[in-house]
Design a protein around this ligand. Structure first.
Ligand SMILES: NC(=O)c1ccc[n+]([C@@H]2O[C@H](COP(=O)([O-])OP(=O)(O)OC[C@H]3O[C@@H](n4cnc5c(N)ncnc54)[C@H](O)[C@@H]3O)[C@@H](O)[C@H]2O)c1
Length: 421
C-alpha cells in the first residue's frame, strides 16, 4: 500500500508489472538481482539474495494506494511521464484497476498541493480509523496474507518532535485534539502501526521517527524504516565521500545544485518543504567525513545544497556537484560531477526492496527501527544513542550481515588472515 500515487509509486507499480511479464529487467533491485557471499571466498558460495532468504515473489504482490487526486494508476503514471506510453499500454488494464482511496490530507503540511479525493472526519484519530478500514477492506477483498505501507507522498513541511510525540497517550490525545503537530503522514504511520503492519517513509518529513511511534511499532510487532530514499545526488555523494575520506583527502567545499521539473520539484519549491529536504541532504557529509575526528581535513567544509524547480526537465533531474579538495601539503584540487539521472527510475527499485525486506523482517519477528535498511535512505532512522551510518559500503555490509545472521550463517569480517598462515 502506497501513500501517494505520484512518480515514484507509479514507476514502482508499473515497473513491477512489466518485470512480472518479462518485459523489462529489475535493474537496481538488490532483492531481485543481488547476491550474498556465504562462508570463505574459497567456498565459491554466492547465492542470489532471493534464493537465500524467503522473500515474497513478485507474483504475490497486489498494489493499493491513497492519493488526493482521483486519477487511476494508468492516468497517474501517464501524468508522471517517467515510463514511455508504449510500455504503459502493455499493462494498462492492471494500472487502470488501481483507483486511489481518498487521502488524509491537510494543505498546511504541503502548501503547493490541492486535490479533491480527501477524507473528512471529526479528528485525526477518526481519520486514522478510516485508513485502517481501507487496509482491512483491501486485505479482505484481495485475500491477502500480509500488508506493507510505504509513504511515497509529497514532502511535508519541516516539523520537529514535540511533547505530543513523546508517548502513545500524548500522541493519541493530540490526534483527538486535531493538534498541528500531527501531520497527515503521521496519521497514516499510526494507522499502519496500530494494524501491526511494516511502515517505511520514502520522504524526508517527520512521520514515524519519534518515541511514541517507536514504542507503538515495538508493541505491535511492526518493522519501521526511513527516511528519504537515497537516490540521485545524495547516492553519488555517499559513494564518493567515503572514498575521499578513506584516502584522507581534505574537502573544503561541496556545492550541490539540481534542476528538477516534476511535481516533487514543484512541492520542494516551497521553502518549508525544501527545509525538510535540505536538512536530510546536508547531514550525510558530517557523518561520513567525521570532522571531529579529522579537523584538519573537514572542519571548515562549506556544504551547500540547492534544488531548483525547472519544469522542462520533468522527472529527468540534472545535478551538478563542485567539490573543492585539499591534497598533500594543502594543495587545492577540484572534482566536478554532472549526473543526468532519472529520479523515479532510481527510486522505484528501492521501494520494491523495502516492501520485500520489510515483509521478511515482519515474518522474522523483527519490530521497531530496522537500521539494516539504512542502505536505502538519506536520513536513516536509528537508535537514539548511536549516530546514523551514512557510508553506503558500511550500510551494504550491515544489510548483508543481517541477512546472514537471520539464516544462521557466519558473518563476514573480511579479515582473511587464514589464507596467509
Ligand atoms: N524520486 C526520488 O528519487 C525520491 C528520492 C527521495 C525521496 N523522494 C520523495 O518521495 C516522495 C514522492 O516523490 P514523487 O516524485 O513520487 O512525488 P509526486 O509529487 O509525483 O507524488 C507524490 C504524490 O503524493 C500525493 N500526496 C501528497 N500528500 C498526500 C497525502 N497526505 N495522502 C495521499 N497522497 C498524498 C500527491 O498528490 C502526489 O500524487 C516525495 O516526498 C519525494 O521527496 C523521492
Amino acid at each position: 500500500m502506497l501513500v501517494g500515487m505520484g512518480a515514484v509509486s507509479t514507476t514502482f507499480i508499473a515497473g513491477t508489472l512489466l518485470i512480472k511479464k518479462g518485459l523489462a529487467p529489475p535493474i537496481g533491485s538488490l532483492a531481485e538481482m543481488g547476491t550474498v557471499r556465504l562462508g570463505k571466498r574459497t567456498e565459491g558460495r554466492s547465492p542470489l539474495i532471493k534464493d537465500f532468504v524467503p522473500l515474497a515473489g513478485l507474483d504475490d504482490l497486489v498494489f493499493g494506494a491513497w492519493d488526493i487526486f482521483e486519477d487511476n494508476g494508468f492516468e497517474a503514471a501517464t501524468t508522471a511521464g517517467v515510463i514511455e506510453p508504449a510500455l504503459l499500454e502493455q499493462i494498462r488494464p492492471e494500472l487502470e484497476a488501481i483507483k486511489p482511496w481518498p487521502a488524509v490530507f491537510d494543505q498546511r503540511y504541503v502548501k503547493r498541493l490541492m486535490g479533491t479525493n480527501i477524507k473528512t472526519g471529526a479528528n485525526k484519530l477518526e481519520l486514522a480509523e478510516q485508513i485502517r478500514d481501507d487496509m482491512r477492506r483491501f486485505k479482505e477483498t484481495n485475500q491477502l496474507d500480509r500488508l506493507v505501507m510505504i509513504w511515497c507522498g509529497s514532502t511535508e513541511i519541516f516539523l520537529t518532535p514535540s511533547d505530543a510525540h513523546q508517548s502513545i497517550e500524548a500522541f493519541e490525545a493530540a490526534m483527538k485534539a486535531n493538534a498541528h503537530e500531527i501531520s497527515s503522514s503521521m496519521v497514516y504511520a499510526y494507522a499502519a502501526l496500530k494494524e501491526g503492519i511494516p511502515y517505511a517513509n520514502a520522504a524526508p518529513n517527520l512521520s514515524a521517527d519519534f518515541p511514541a511511534l517507536d514504542q507503538l511499532a515495538i508493541d505491535n510487532g511492526s518493522p519501521v524504516c526511513g527516511k528519504d530514499l537515497k537516490t540521485g545526488q545524495t547516492l553519488i555523494k555517499t559513494i564518493i565521500a567515503p572514498g575521499l575520506k578513506a584516502r584522507l583527502i581534505g574537502v573544503s567545499g561541496w556545492y550541490s545544485t539540481n534542476i528538477l521539473g516534476n511535481r516533487d520539484g514543484e512541492v520542494l519549491d516551497d521553502p518549508e518543504s525544501f527545509k525538510t529536504k535540505e536538512e536530510s541532504k546536508k547531514s550525510v557529509l558530517d557523518y561520513i567525513l567525521q570532522p571531529d575526528l579529522y579537523p584538519t581535513l573537514y572542519k571548515d567544509l562549506c556544504h551547500v545544497v540547492r534544488i531548483n524547480y525547472y519544469p522542462p526537465r520533468g522527472d529527468n533531474k540534472e545535478g551538478w556537484d563542485n567539490i573543492d579538495l585539499v591534497g598533500w601539503l594543502g594543495y587545492p584540487m577540484q572534482l566536478k560531477i554532472n549526473f543526468l539521472c532519472r529520479d523515479s527510475i532510481l527510486a522505484a527499485p528501492i521501494v520494491l526492496d523495502l516492501v520485500l525486506f520489510l515483509d521478511l523482517a515482519k515474518r522474522a519477528g523483527m519490530s521497531g527501527i530496522q537500521e539494516w535498511l539504512s542502505f536505502y535512505f538519506k536520513s536513516p532512522v536509528h537508535a537514539p544513542d548511536v549516530y546514523p551510518e551514512h557510508d553506503l559500503f558500511i550500510q551494504l555490509m550491515k544489510l548483508k550481515n543481517t541477512l546472514r545472521f537471520m539464516r544462521g550463517e557466519e558473518l563476514i569480517t573480511h579479515l582473511g588472515l587464514e589464507y596467509y598462515d
